[in-house]
Ligand binder design. Structure first.
Ligand code: MRU
Length: 344
């Protein structure tokens, strides 16, 4: 199973909207289709959308060259506009903006359109490789926090599907399993788009890692009963002080975990750290279509004319986080410390 692939002249993306029923791949030759794939969550998860944006921008540079950009300035302007489209596709995950910044640097410093385009392709492919390596490193750094016999709860999908491969939170779980620890995962279904039910349980089940699906509102019940021993989630953006944006519902799990004295871990690559954002209050939270809440499996479940909110993420303050596990190291009890030491 591959989340995303660069083919030299096109990008192939696994359509996560139709999993687990169907394993459907789309191959795109036009960059705009990659922008739409991100917006419509055909590909999702912070690291994966960073890689998709990088590949989409590389594709844009090829499209613009093929259309015969009139000169270097014309090429740079057109690719710059394409980058802006990617930056507007989803606002919360910082990985997308970091990927765009890497591409912008190549664009600004280059003096030959063909060479810039080749450099962008190489950079996008490198980002995919680096992401898988960083997930493996995160697994090595984080597996010691999981013990043989643990029941570990996770939310949304921070697995192979949300990344270039292996996963962040699920990467830590996979690493512990590779060390022969018996780990059972409780996957929260993750309303409204059910990434936990559709994606996390699918990829863990495929790997033979025992997974139990629960609805989001069952988390407190299983914590109180003493079933859940640890919680581990991914992140979309981690502010300088350690406050962490992740899929809506994460904050509630963190508060419940603290009440029940259950360690709460965040696993994310350093590309998810955002030193330019001081605290979680400064993180832009994506508001998605209310239809995602009003409909369930294409069936309308709420009356017309009522107010509905659909924030896609929430922010967990650093004080609820036992440790932030990254590819470059771990910050235990990030409250008051922040992420600074990981970026040195
Ligand atoms: O809206 P999504 O599905 O893109 O949200 C994904 C999450 O919130 C993940 O938990 C997060 O990106 C970490 S993925 C390694």
């Amino acid at each position: 199973m591959e989340t995303i692939r660069w083919n030299g002249d096109s990008v192939t993306i696994l359509d996560q909207r139709v999993l687990p029923h169907e394993e459907l791949y789309h191959t795109y030759v036009r960059y705009w289709d990659v922008v739409l794939a991100i917006k419509e969550m055909e590909i999702r998860g912070a690291p994966a959308i960073g890689i998709a944006a990088a590949m989409g921008i590389a594709l844009a540079s090829r499209n613009i060259l093929a259309e015969g950009a009139k000169d270097l300035k014309g090429f740079k302007d057109a690719v710059g506009t394409a980058i802006q489209h990617f930056e507007k596709s989803r606002p919360t995950a910082v990985n997308l903006f970091n990927a765009a910044a890497r591409m912008k640097k190549l664009l600004d410093s280059g003096s030959n359109a063909e060479q810039i385009s080749q450099g962008m392709e190489a950079e996008a492919v490198a980002m995919l490789r680096e992401d898988i390596e960083s997930n493996r490193a995160m697994g090595r750094n984080g597996s010691r926090y999981l013990s043989d016999g643990d029941v570990v709860m996770t939310h949304c999908n921070a697995g192979a599907l949300a990344t270039g491969g292996y996963g962040t939170a699920l990467g830590v779980i996979r690493a512990a399993v590779e060390e022969n620890k018996k780990i059972q995962v409780y996957a929260c279904e993750t309303r409204p788009l059910l990434q936990g039910a559709r994606l996390t349980s699918w990829e863990l089940h495929r790997d033979g890692i025992p997974v139990t699906l629960i609805t989001d509102n069952m988390a407190g019940y299983f914590m109180k009963k003493g079933v859940i021993k640890k919680v581990i989630v991914g992140a979309d953006r981690i502010a300088a002080n350690g406050d962490t944006a992740n899929k809506i519902g994460t904050y509630s799990h963190a508060v419940l975990a603290k009440e029940h004295r259950i360690p709460f871990y965040v696993a994310a690559p350093v590309t998810t750290l955002d030193p330019a954002t001081g605290t979680g209050d400064d993180i832009v939270i994506e508001e998605r279509s209310v239809d995602e809440v009003a409909f369930f499996l294409s069936q309308q479940i709420a009356p017309e004319g009522i107010t509905i909110h659909n924030p896609a993420f929430d922010v967990t303050p650093a004080r609820y986080i036992t440790a932030i596990i990254t590819d470059r190291g771990v910050v235990e009890h990030p409250e008051g410390k922040g992420i600074g030491e990981l970026l040195k």
